[in-house]
Design a protein around this ligand. Structure first.
Ligand code: GLN
Length: 542
């Protein structure tokens, strides 16, 4: 069977949650036995978000095959429990880059290269690519940005063309809009939705289904009105109320029969009865915790929680697994110093030191690590967090006062973290880090081995600097163990402390592989350690 295509567009404002709606619909279709993938088309000109500051669009999500992508791909993986790849995130930059490279090669045979048809042809080729692998019954494409934006025009135009080119029942357009609530008038307003659907129609795309974000239930007469003005059936006006957690959204969409409307429009028949049992079980555990812990997230991008999206979601998965509510306390590492670290951390049950780049907030992270190391508070360090743990240990345990990463001081006499050999010649910034999945071998008898319950793991990376193996013997003699090693190049991928109840850090990013169905073991065991720490602490106090 040829793949069916669902296009998800957005109007009225950005940040309506197209990614969550797409992921929720995909979950429902998957629960009916279809194989589904989701791709995101972003209208910005960066080739990928790898060069973006996290303050711009939040975290950069990395796939197994090393693509630096939009954070929505994280939602897709967390909901569907299936990996995405390079092909799942396309930007305007990628499209133009390809077309211009072709033009330079003379591939257009002297023709004038234009937005229509050359750019739109390339967009269409990419829109269909995953469908042509034969792996998926349904491909959902989320078009980033808002209808009416100059930047999204070529994408909308490509959807228009494809709608005509694909067989009649092979595509569906879902448009996500907002029904603002006017407090003074005491009612929801439909006009912005009408205008947004009109802009989409003017571009030649008539949506089949409207998903209307709203803070209040949409009365039946208002659904009628929206249907009338926007040329959709009244049962295709779907209400999307603010949810307690994003993981409720599949069930809310089920209640509104979004999946049924889509299946009907695509002339599909479910492959199985809707099976959401394990999803509901997860929600049950999430909403009925029997324990509660407080965890510090120490980083420098804390003003924008999206910068740590995958970490925050991993805590939700691990919390649910342990039937434990995880309260995350974000701490700006720039503000941490030896005088206030106790005040910030003494009451917490665990500390995570986050990934990051550059010197800002670096010393504060070291203070946090010194504190948890000395006070035996559970610790998880990720990427820069692991590098910080090594620097802190080198300075305060090995006595190498000037030890640091060459990222922070290229002239340090003790470069315990140093640029990888392969990185030394690299000058381009985009896509040149150590990216994607690499194998790691875990030391038998280590905590890491116990956490994973196996010796060989594969985890995702995104960094340029590495632990400098010249210092390995010295570290190990003093109680810091290299518990995970890449067998191909001997790089240290995990460390832990011998004389500490739970002090683990990884050069890779475990948060990129945690899903609802498969919470990441490092997060699961970290939360377990935090619960344990809290219980012991309380016992001592009693
Ligand atoms: N800045 C560090 C490096 O490039 C760590 C990167 C990260 O935390 N993702 O190696």
């Amino acid at each position: 069977m040829a793949s069916k295509y669902i296009f998800v567009t957005g109007g009225v404002t950005s940040s309506l949650g197209k990614g969550i709606i797409s992921a929720s619909l995909a979950k429902l279709l998957q629960a009916r036995g279809f194989s589904v993938t989701i791709q995101k088309f972003d209208p910005y000109i960066n080739i990928d978000p790898g060069t973006l500051n996290p303050y711009e669009h939040g975290e950069c999500f990395v796939t197994d095959d090393g693509a630096e992508t939009d954070l929505d791909l994280g939602h897709y993986e967390r909901f569907l429990n299936t990996p995405t790849s390079q092909a799942n995130n396309v930007t305007t930059g990628k499209i133009y880059n390809h077309v211009i490279t072709q033009e330079r090669k003379g591939a257009y045979l002297g023709k004038t290269v234009q937005v229509v048809p050359h750019i739109t042809d390339e967009i269409k080729r990419r829109l269909l690519l995953l469908g042509q692998t034969g792996e998926f019954d349904i491909v959902i494409t989320e078009i980033g940005g808002c209808v009416g934006d100059i930047e999204s025009l070529p994408f909308i135009e490509s959807v228009r063309q494809l709608r005509w080119e694909l067989p009649t029942n092979d595509s569906v357009v879902i448009h996500l809009t907002l029904l603002p609530y006017l407090k003074a008038a005491g009612e929801l307003k439909t006009k912005p939705t009408q205008h947004s659907v009109r802009s989409l129609s003017e571009a030649g795309v008539q949506p089949d289904i409207l998903v209307c974000r709203s803070e209040h239930p949409i009365p039946p007469e208002m659904r009628q009105k929206i249907a009338l003005f926007c040329n959709v059936k009244v049962n295709s006006v779907i209400e999307s109320l603010d949810a307690e957690t994003i993981y409720d959204v599949p069930l809310l969409m089920r209640k509104e029969k979004l999946d049924e409307r889509v299946i009907k429009k695509l002339k599909l028949t479910s492959k199985q009865d809707l099976d959401l049992d394990s999803w509901k079980e997860f929600l049950g555990r999430l909403k009925n915790p029997t324990a509660e812990v407080h965890i510090a997230l120490v980083g420098k991008y804390v003003e924008l929680p999206d910068a740590y999206k995958s970490i925050i979601e991993s805590f939700i998965h691990a919390g649910a697994h342990n039937e434990c509510k995880v309260n995350i306390h974000t701490i700006q590492s720039e503000h941490l110093n030896c005088d206030n670290v106790h005040q910030h951390l003494h009451h917490l049950d665990g500390v995570l030191v986050a990934p990051g780049f550059g010197a800002r907030g670096f010393e504060g992270k070291l203070e946090a690590i010194k504190y948890v190391r000395e006070n035996k508070i559970p610790f998880l360090g990720i990427c820069l967090g692991m590098q910080c743990a090594i620097v802190e240990f080198s300075r305060n345990v090995l006595g190498l006062a000037e030890a640091t990463s060459t990222e922070m001081n290229p002239n340090t006499p003790h470069p315990v973290i140093d640029l990888m050999e392969s990185q030394k010649e690299v000058t381009e910034k985009g896509g040149t880090m150590r990216l994607g999945a690499y194998i790691c071998e875990l030391k038998k008898g280590s905590r890491a081995h116990a956490v994973y319950g196996k010796s060989r793991i594969s985890e995702r990376h995104r960094h340029r600097y590495e632990f400098n193996n010249k210092y390995l013997a010295q570290l190990e003699q003093n109680g810091m163990i290299a518990s995970g090693i890449n067998p191909d190049n001997n790089l240290v991928e995990m460390i832990e402390l011998e004389h500490h109840p739970w002090f683990v850090a990884s050069q890779f990013h475990p948060e990129l592989k945690s899903t609802v169905q498969t919470p990441h073991p490092l997060f699961v065991k970290f939360i377990k350690a935090a619960i344990h720490y809290q219980r012991n602490k309380n016992q001592v106090l009693i």
